[in-house]
Design a protein around this ligand. Sequence first.
Ligand code: PLP
Length: 411
Amino acid sequence: MKFNTKLLHSKAITDYPQREILPPISQVSAFKYESMEELEKVFSHKTMGYAYTRIGNPTLTAFERRMSELEGGINAVSCSSGMSAVMISLLAVCSSGDEIIAGNGLYGGTINLFHDLEKFGIHTIFAKDMTAEGIEPLISNKTRAVFGELISNPSLRVFDVSSVSEVSRASKIPLIVDSTTATPFIAKPLELGANIVIHSASKYINGGGNSIGGIIIDGGNFDWDFKKHTALSEFQKYGKMAFSIRLRTDIWENFGGCMAPMNAFLNYIGLDTLGLRMEKICKNADALAKALNKIQGIEVNYLSLPQNKFHNYFENQLKGYGGGILTFRARSKENAFKIINSLKYAFIASNIGDLRTLVIHPASTLYMNTAKEEMNAAGVYDDTIRVSVGIEDSEDLISDFEAAIQKLKGE
Ligand code: PLP
């Protein structure tokens, strides 16, 4: 099956209780049982069943099964937000005193989370280059995870998942990939060698801009060294499943970061059109980037442009799709604000992955609490405009952006 067929007809799409085409929304807190014996069996995992939505819910399961299959994993756990997915995946493998190696140019919220984790005794080292050569010297006997964004938001840095995973695997360290901006339409990190994939489902997975969520997918392809990963030592008997079991029955459950059933349903229906949306969004982003690139004085960052530093990944790892985000520089914050305020079709909003085009000035919003050096490393400057390209007709988008820039030039 190819991508769009698989989205609609994969094994993960099972029969629902009343033959519904879509999973029912189990909008409940708890599930009732005929006897205490039955509920006891559910609690002790002796029988399959649901007890309480924070520790499992059929609508969440329906979404999780599809995500796990799409990414080629063994299990998926859905979280209340992308940030919750990042945090829970890291805390499942790290204890106080441990270290994480992270790529640079990451999403601002994730950078802030790494700073928060310092207070819990977990230290992050940011790799200058997210390459095999760049991370190898940073690995120490305290390293417990390597973390990178496949296409970073908004710096659009790409890393070679295969070579980085070879180095981390050789040191018995799992590679966790945030694939939010790539989506399974563009790349499958597990097939490339990653061990755990996370998404902010709030973005392209949902697609409609209607709910916040996150998901963690376990590749089940990592040989845990339980002397090193003491966070998982209680789960040693599960072998390659140890991460999944700790996640579901321990840390996810206890941290209380579950996805709401309604949001799982919205994400489930969002998935149906992931392929269609991503195809159109990537084509639009490519067309808009090329049009903006022709305007004198405008510096554009998009992966399909030959001058882009990460362009070599475009044809192979990214299969010719650059994703839906592009940034461009307007020479000053004032210019950036004027361009943004003149746009007709782009909503000024703090999100990506919506089917509507969204714009923002990241320096004064998403990165307002980030040190300038880190902000610049994330590809954000005082004059940067981030565009999350939608599914509108590209001709309209291009003429809208061109008109906004020309208006500024005419002033
Ligand atoms: N990861 C990436 C790459 C993101 O862009 C975002 C949000 O923009 C997140 C994680 C956090 O996701 P959420 O806003 O759903 O918590």
